[in-house]
Design a protein around this ligand. Sequence first.
Ligand code: SME
Length: 162
Amino acid sequence: MFAPMDSKIAEAKREVEQIEQAAKSADSFMRRIVKLLHDRMLKYNWVGFYMLEPGVHAPTLVLGPFEGAVTPHTHIPLNQGICGAAAAGGETLVVDDVSQDSRYLACSLETQSEIVVPIFVHGKVVGELDIDSHFPAAFAKEDRELLEYCAFLVGRQLEKNN
Ligand code: SME
């Protein structure tokens, strides 16, 4: 039998798959994912996408669809923040206590932990899914798997449309 959190994650996974079936564009899929994750998952207090754009001097992460408080970080260079590090390294970053990570760019004083999952198209990072939590160490292995699955599906949608 599933523990309650496992079933929440399994339910969110199923709903994301249903949303993908109905998605008319990558953008509408991303909007629905942030809403679903923010509404359903108690510890996901800010959920948003950053997409990599050419930028004036160097590639920059630009805020896309999000749910949660307005953030001052609408443009993040790859050498800044946990967001920049995850995109530059092409690997999921999980930070259990943001106060202990010198890379962290504060969005809200309430944030205690964060996960950033890169999105790939044809093997290259094109953006990322970023989630902040008001709870410490909010992102367990199952959360990471769910969010990496969401990022995989978004990458697949973007590949279809490119
Ligand atoms: N905390 C992120 C910045 C984005 S906000 O969380 C929305 C970072 O350190 O890169």
